[in-house]
Each structure stands twice: as structure tokens, then as C-alpha cells.
Design a protein around this ligand. Sequence first.
Ligand SMILES: [Zn+2]
Ligand SMILES: [Zn+2]
Length: 140
Amino acid sequence: MNIKEAVEILKEKGVRITPQRQALLKIFADNKSYTARQVAEFLRPIYPGFSYDTVYRNLKLFCQLGILGETMAPDGVARYSLNTGEHHHYFTCLRCGVKVALESCPMEESKIKLSKKIGSITYHRFELFGECKSCEEGKK
Ligand SMILES: [Zn+2]
Ligand SMILES: [Zn+2]
């Protein structure tokens, strides 16, 4: 996903491409992830009327369209970045707090089956919590 593709999606979906929305998209051109608050701060000097709520709503809209992806950081704050199609799911140990990314997405295989049943899935997220191997072994 790049900015040009993102604009194409907006056109296709009939979403109005305002200068504000374009400016918002451009922030993500460096392929880094930002929180809604950071995005709002970048935009404030250029578009003082672009409030945090509007920024937030647009970020959510872009996620729904598959332009942006949302990841939840350990601090509980959502970060947004251009949807590269690649994503990770994490296992968090409730005991020591270690966080490991799963090598593959367990959702990929069931997605096709589910899509047939419930409708097309744009994106998904889930997180796993439990006790990691070393904590488990430490208890023995
Ligand atoms: Zn652990
Ligand atoms: Zn997945």
C-alpha cells in the first residue's frame, strides 16, 4: 500500500479526497506507525480545524477501507500505519510480560471459510495471553 493506491481506494469507495485527508495520508508515507494523537499534532499547524475527533474518525475509516492497519502497543495505545498486508499476532505472558510475535497468522486458513459464511473480512486482530515456557518451567 502506498499513498497513490490509498487515493485510488478512496476514489473507488466514493470517499471525498479533501486536502486534510491527503495530508493525513502523507504522514504515513514514511511507513512508520503513529498514534491518533501524534497524527493530530502533525496536522494542527496546517489545518487548525482538523480536530482530534476528526483525525480519529478518519483513521478508523482508513482502517475499515484497508488502507491503514491498527496495532495495539503494550501501553494500550493504538498505533496506525499503512497496511502492508503483513501483520503479526502476539502472545503476552501474564506472569513476566514477555511478548512474542507468532510466526504465522492462524487466521489466514480459516479466513476463506469464514468469508463464505459471514461475509468478506477486511482485517482482523487478536491477541493471545497466557504463561510463557520459561515461566511454566520455573514453577516446576
Ligand atoms: Zn513468562
Ligand atoms: Zn492475522
